[in-house]
Design a protein around this ligand. Sequence first.
Ligand code: KIV
Ligand code: ZN
Length: 543
Amino acid sequence: MKRNPDRVVIFDTTLRDGEQCPGASMGVREKLEVARQLARLGVDIIEAGFPVASAGDFEAVKTVASEVKGPRIAALARCVPADIEACAAALAPAGKRARIHVFLATSEIHRKYKLRKARSEIIRQAVAGVEYARRFCEDVQFSPEDASRTEPEFLAEVIRAVLDAGATTINIPDTVGYAIPSEFGSLIAYLFEHVEGLDRITVHVHCHNDLGLAVANSLAAVQNGARGIECTINGIGERAGNCALEEVVMALKTRQDLFRVQTGINTREIYRTSRLVSQLTGMMVQRNKAIVGANAFAHEAGIHQDGILKERSTYEIMKPEDVGIPGSELVLGKHSGRHAFRHHLAKLGFDLAEKELEEIYQAFIALADKKKHIYDDDIVALVQEHLQEIPPVYVLEYIHVISGNTAIPTATVRLRKENEILQDSACGDGPVDAALKAVDRMSGISGRLVDYSLQAITSGKDALGEVSVQVEFGDRVVSGKGSSTDIIEASIKAYINCLNRYLFLEGQGRKSPRRRAASGTGKTKRTSSRKRGTQVRRKKRNG
Ligand code: KIV
Ligand code: ZN
């Protein structure tokens, strides 16, 4: 892509690198919803997946390429023909907006231990990959994986070779989040100095957050001439994640005086996008997260509150409304009819089929019976809970708990499994533990809760509570969410959501020959160190 010195291209990889976050996988329908919202947000490029990795990834890229208008749609491939062909086929519906993104590791450590290839072989394979991708697509991006740990003169040599072979965008990844800003900025400057013609195309950077420096490194790269930033919503991604889109975009905007560049992002869509991604991936946003965390604009100290009341800019460098944080606006009540409800959903950006609308309306009426005030966030939670495409194998029908400081916590749970009604009771360390045990007894599948958090979605004593959990079933960890005005019910819903997701992923794994075919290439397994040490997770590994 031709370089525009005043404009930073935002390349969003939430659906590809972000989805590699442990437990964050999404289905096709969920990815499509995220992609539609990314288009509303104004990203320039959506990296929709890694088509060769699984049948599900292929389908997701193809669906996004055919349904989402506006941004370019990219997909990832190794420098091997089968990957590139899968990309080309999945991206075909995007026509001229398609981009094939090929990558190959270049650092000594990867050459020696992972690829077992000499420098000359790396150059040969990178060139062959780019040339082959150009046969299918005019827009080909090349990434030298682990660029920041590659010898700079060799990196420059690789880039010269792939530019000659027809690469139209070069991306410089800090794959393991090892670089620090001054060093990464200097690397970008070095490449501009030593690669003839690099200043005529857009150089991207792709930074991981292992040392918490992904945003800082991306900004340093911009100061040294990079004009494309690869990032994810809420910074989700492999290990400690990727550069957070909302942070890097707001840094560029807030410090325009320094950077003097624009992005095409409609910052007022940031908060909604963050909520959607959090809801659909089950990855909660920490309260003190910059830009989108619940505390990002909360002022606690008296001196600060006093300053804010006198003049906002004393303690606020951005306005909450600039990132689309909604006021606590009362929107609908139990007397609101279908028409008002549909109208309101459209205003929130949801375009739903008649049947879905009716189902969500019924859920809304049920909620309005329990909760006096219904806010935008309550409605978004209802819709997003409904949008999850995980087949509801188990559905919660009923829960009854006995608890208290002198009682043995006991729960009776009734589940529906297709046409069958199951009911069981169990005792536990608390009412939630008892209820989860009862669910395990009925499903015959034992899960281990590895993470649990509870957040109030809106304010007030009757606020909807949102529970996010991560549950380990065998060697698979899955995330899930549930919401209710009752936190025990929300907890069980979240757990059942994980159980259904687990059953869905197991089913997908069996149906997915691509995922199997890709194993042994380092792509279908990944290692992740969790509490109990290092374990192998059954998930694709790609960057
Ligand atoms: O982190 C990485 O190096 C990647 C590449 C595939 C761009 O994700
Ligand atoms: Zn990456």
